[in-house]
Design a protein around this ligand. Structure first.
Ligand SMILES: CC(C)(COP(=O)(O)OP(=O)(O)OC[C@H]1O[C@@H](n2cnc3c(N)ncnc32)[C@H](O)[C@@H]1OP(=O)(O)O)[C@@H](O)C(=O)NCCC(=O)NCCS
Length: 175
């Protein structure tokens, strides 16, 4: 579990599936993610069992549920390991009514600290569709560096990649 000034980030559990389902029902939330809406609660449960839980079991990382300290469920944020490319990816998704209050940036800062200082990861990347200006703004606020545009049929217009090394993270933190 991670804690920030305003937030709790904790590993997801089965009770998160309803909020996950509701999050993945909102077309504005999904607009620049390349994902389809969940059809039912079972879809959300499958995301947890097939993708989220194994990440924690295998790699001690994953997408955390993000909550306010009063228990309000905001969304998710966290690291994901891709063994096929040996990359660690930072991702996030929040309920629309909580956008624009700095929650994504605050949650990401905690995940970067966890990744670099606890897991000792050397480099963390993030991807965003070029149209997703709020997401790109978050990555810039985290001092991640643009490292290119990649074409991918799953993402019309491709996606931009940002990255941050442990070394640069520590330099920024201490400056
Ligand atoms: C991307 C997302 C997580 C951002 O969450 P958030 O809590 O609103 O983010 P923050 O408040 O920390 O920062 C957002 C920044 O984007 C800025 N922003 C918002 N809309 C913008 C726009 N159209 N153009 C440029 N900047 C914009 C905000 O002003 C803020 O910057 P500021 O702090 O300098 O004012 C949220 O919009 C979301 O869940 N989107 C849907 C899912 C998604 O796209 N996930 C990312 C996939 S790569």
């Amino acid at each position: 579990m991670l804690e920030t000034n305003r937030l709790i980030l904790r590993p997801m559990k089965s009770e998160d599936s309803l909020n996950l389902f509701l999050l993945n029902q909102d077309p504005e939330v999904l607009q620049w993610t390349g994902d389809q809406a969940s059809h039912n609660l079972a879809d959300a449960q499958r995301i947890l069992t097939d993708h989220v839980y194994p990440q924690f079991q295998l790699y001690k990382m994953g997408r955390f549920a993000v909550l306010l300290k009063d228990g309000t469920w905001l969304g998710w944020c966290g690291l994901k390991y891709f063994p096929e490319t040996n990359e660690v990816d930072l991702g996030y998704r929040f309920m629309k009514k909580y956008w624009g209050q700095g929650y994504a940036t605050e949650a990401c800062e905690a995940c970067l600290e966890y990744g670099f200082e606890v897991l000792k990861i050397k480099k963390i990347i993030a991807r965003a569709m070029p149209q997703n200006l709020p997401s790109i703004k978050v990555l810039q606020k985290l001092k991640m560096t643009y490292s290119g545009l990649k074409n991918d049929s799953h993402y019309p217009g491709g996606y931009v990649i940002y990255e941050l090394s442990a070394e640069d993270y520590r330099k920024c933190k201490n400056s």
